[in-house]
Write a protein that binds this ligand. Structure first.
Ligand code: ADP
Length: 340
């Protein structure tokens, strides 16, 4: 899925190709998420052995943790085809129709950002998921009639950054619901080493550890940081890579010791400076930062909450002593603003 947090690193065609190159192609190539991995492997294995169709799966968790990767690996394990759609683009039932009618027996339909489906599309999906049929209404008023169209049995894999926004009837139609959590330091260091090998980059353990430490628990960010360091090393260091070069490159991007970037720090600074440390509602923070509440809730807050730099209270977000301390330890993002 697309991330809002690093608008300056919009994937170019070349980066998109590299992203594909770095994405694990088989489940066995995936690092971490062991409990989720084991459960999905069992479901895939049983489906294969019985020659049945895999039950629908809902994956949730912050961006960049591997929801799309699981969704693309599962059909490869099953030897079936994959269609990819995005909840935001499915604005009416007719938008879903081609995907459902094209779905071959046992194939996977992946809907990213499934929490963004409008209710009419969601309701259209219910009989498709449950009974592999859709109800199409022809005509208007008293002349209207509904016809049932059977579908070939398929597997829906839904991904969301907001499990809380999924309605109960939709959630209940998924046989498996899996939550992806942030990766450990060791898992990220392993991902960095594997990605460096795929990009033919020399990589010592100290540099891999440094990148892992500054990747906010997120494989996508680990890969982004790695690619930036590669560019930096090519342009400024004749392709050489040492821990000092890695650190200089990351600092040049404003990535601090905890892996936070300027936007994360701006969020913390806004709570501290404008709202006296909180508690403050997320909408007020978003307005002040001229950004969308969704961006803060999906992309910024989960890791900061995880690190206990902020807490959510019934009255809003509050900076913790650890958050204060982190800001105190870091150079200010916008020192000139401190004058006011
Ligand atoms: P999401 O769909 O949750 O936003 P993605 O599946 O697109 O995240 O993951 C982003 C990138 O991170 C992938 O392209 C891949 O390179 C890397 N990645 C994600 N999960 C893993 C994993 N378990 N092992 C190795 N790399 C991973």
């Amino acid at each position: 899925m697309t991330s809002f947090r690093e608008p300056t690193i919009q994937p170019t065609e070349e980066a998109a190709v590299e992203d594909r190159a770095l994405r694990p192609q088989r489940m066995a190539d995936m690092v971490g998420q062991r409990a989720v991995f084991e459960r999905l492997m069992i479901a895939v294995d049983a489906t294969r052995k019985r020659g049945e169709v895999l039950g629908h799966i809902l994956l949730d968790g912050p961006p960049g943790l591997g929801k799309t990767t699981f969704a693309t690996c599962i059909p490869k394990e099953l030897g079936v085809s994959l269609q990819i759609a995005s909840g935001a683009a499915l604005t009416a039932p007719k938008d879903l129709l081609p995907y459902l009618s094209n779905a071959s027996e046992g194939s996977v339909l992946f809907i990213d950002e499934i929490h963004r489906l409008p209710i009419a599309v969601e309701e259209f999906l219910y009989p498709a998921m449950e009974d592999f049929r859709i109800d199409i209404t022809l005509g208007d008023g008293v002349a209207a009639r509904t016809i049932n169209m059977p579908l070939r049995p398929f597997t829906l894999v839904g991904a969301t950054t907001r499990a809380g926004l999924i309605s109960a009837p939709l959630r209940d139609r998924f046989q498996m619901r899996e939550h992806l959590d942030f990766y450990s330091f060791d898992e990220l260091a392993e991902i960095v080493r594997r990605s460096a090998a795929k990009l033919s980059m020399p990589m010592d353990d100290a540099s891999a550890d440094e990148i892992a430490r500054r990747s906010r628990g997120t494989p996508r960010l680990a890969n982004n940081r790695l690619r930036w360091i590669r560019d930096f090393s090519t342009s400024r260091a004749n392709g050489e890579l040492t821990i000092e070069i890695a650190k200089t490159a990351l600092e040049m991007q404003g990535i601090d010791e905890l892996g936070l970037d300027g936007f994360d720090r701006k969020y913390l600074e806004t709570i501290q400076r404008v709202f006296g440390g909180g508690p403050v509602g997320v909408e007020a923070i978003a307005h002040t930062m001229s950004t969308a509440t969704d961006t803060l809730e999906d992309d910024v807050e989960p890791f900061l909450l995880r690190c206990e730099l902020v807490v959510r209270t019934p009255r809003g977000r509050r900076l913790t002593p650890r958050g204060e301390e982190h800001l105190g330890a870091m150079p200010q993002t916008a020192p000139q603003r401190r004058l006011f």
